[in-house]
Design a protein around this ligand. Sequence first.
Ligand code: HEC
Length: 111
Amino acid sequence: MSIKRETVLVALGLLAFAPSSFAQQSSKEFGNELLRQRCASCHAIGPSDRSRHPRAPEFRNIVKRYSPDTLAEALAEGIMTGHPDMPIVTFEPHEIGPIIEYLEQLSKEHR
Ligand code: HEC
């Protein structure tokens, strides 16, 4: 039954290939999307937009003060609670990687 064996090999090949190519293509966009949904109501998250909340610093300036790794850790643990206006937010472990990637790109663009 060689056909059956080939079918199995093709299926395995797709399984091995699909998740990594998905991650590479859309990870940063996913990180951007997460921040847009949960933070952009107050913070500017892009390279040149303005924060909607007058006292919320732009993320491009936040990443100058904190490394993306530090920020991501804080996000995962939900310790971004320094002030009354800002909600306590925690991200899922699978959401942190894409956010780091997005923030790293942002900090590279704004050294
Ligand atoms: C409801 C509005 C609001 C939302 C939503 C919000 N923030 Fe903030 N954030 C603020 C304000 C206002 C400040 C500035 C507080 C101050 O220093 O008075 C701030 C400050 C910060 C700081 C700087 C803290 C420091 O020590 O300098 C970080 C980092 C931050 N926010 C991250 C986030 C992240 C990540 C999200 C999304 C998960 C988020 N914020 C969502 C309002 C918000």
